[in-house]
Design a protein around this ligand. Structure first.
Ligand SMILES: [Zn+2]
Length: 309
């Protein structure tokens, strides 16, 4: 069994939103669509088509790599419907995550609709990007709205934040890195002890603080996703050492395998999986502990759908 806790759903609305940042104010929707298509061409990425088409492509991709289930993140605020469509189409395979800007006037209402009507499970906060601190009342209201719905969780991106697609397109990213603080996640996790929190990429550079937060709060989980390029900030740090240290602090039940896969034609990042599998295998864990990391913990947080059963 293999589940991926971190993939991005790069939908047409995401490219349209990026295109809007590249077209003059007052551009027509036709202009924006043309710019969005041109962006995909410039990136040498496949245009996503409709959410239905992209969802089906993901299923083919997961099948090709033997991945049972995956989290798909709507990766621009306001794109809940795209992932909602994907999840409704493949409820037994896909778990819906969505980026939310807590500064939006309708943030809490969006959470209720997404976790209710749309069946999405995880709100993704990017405090450095949206410049809303974790101890801001707007963040607390969003988390409280998530907690109303059982089976949900909160994902908080901490540490260094670099959005590959923005970088490639030369779009400015004025992120306030001070705000992505794992200790801020701990404060929220203490206030909502029954709500699972997920910190991706071992805290993306704030590894020690992430371990402190997770050691203090048993509802904080970590994901292993991406190539973890932040390791270069610490001399000599290796993935093996990161995994060994993490497991020594929190054990195997709160670590979620993920790749951070996003665009096509690259698709699911087999190489990230292979590197992480090799590193985990080198730790000499029991088969059952390894299975928790690569799928069991994901199934516990997001139980397989009973639809059609
Ligand atoms: Zn990601």
């Amino acid at each position: 069994m293999l589940n991926d806790a971190h993939c991005h759903f790069f939908s047409s609305p995401l490219f349209a939103a990026l295109a809007r940042q590249r077209t003059p104010a007052g551009s027509t929707s036709t202009d924006i669509r043309a710019t969005a298509d041109a962006l995909c061409g410039e990136l040498q990425w496949d245009a996503p088509g409709t959410p239905e088409m992209l969802a089906d492509r993901w299923i083919v991709e997961l099948d090709a790599h033997g991945v049972s289930r995956a989290a798909l993140i709507a990766s621009i605020p306001g794109d809940e419907d795209s992932v909602g469509t994907a999840v409704a189409r493949h409820p037994e395979r896909l778990i819906g995550f969505f980026m939310l800007d807590p500064a939006a006037a309708d943030a809490a209402a969006r959470v209720r609709r997404a976790t209710g009507e749309l069946g999405l499970r995880v709100v993704c906060l990017f405090p450095a990007m949206h410049r809303v601190p974790l101890d801001d009342e707007r963040t607390r209201e969003v988390v409280a709205a998530v907690a109303e719905q059982p089976g949900t969780a909160v994902f908080v991106h901490c540490g260094v934040l670099s959005v590959g697609v923005r970088r490639k397109l030369g779009l400015a990213s004025r992120f306030d890195l001070r705000l992505g603080d794992p200790l801020g996640v701990a404060r929220l996790a203490m206030e909502f002890p029954r709500l699972p929190f997920i910190i991706p990429h071992f805290g993306a550079g704030l590894f020690r603080e992430t371990l402190m937060a997770a050691d203090t709060c048993s509802n904080i989980h970590l994901d292993t996703s991406s190539s973890n390029g932040w390791m270069r900030y610490t001399p000599g740090l290796t993935l093996d050492a990161v995994l060994r240290t993490t497991l020594g602090v929190i054990g195997p039940s709160r670590l979620l395998f993920g790749t951070d896969s996003s665009f096509f034609p690259r698709g699911w990042q087999q190489a990230v999986h292979d590197e992480q599998r090799r590193a985990v295998e080198g730790l000499g864990l029991s088969g059952s502990d390894e299975a928790l990391i690569f799928g069991g913990n994901f199934d516990r947080l997001f139980p397989p759908s009973k639809v059609g059963a």
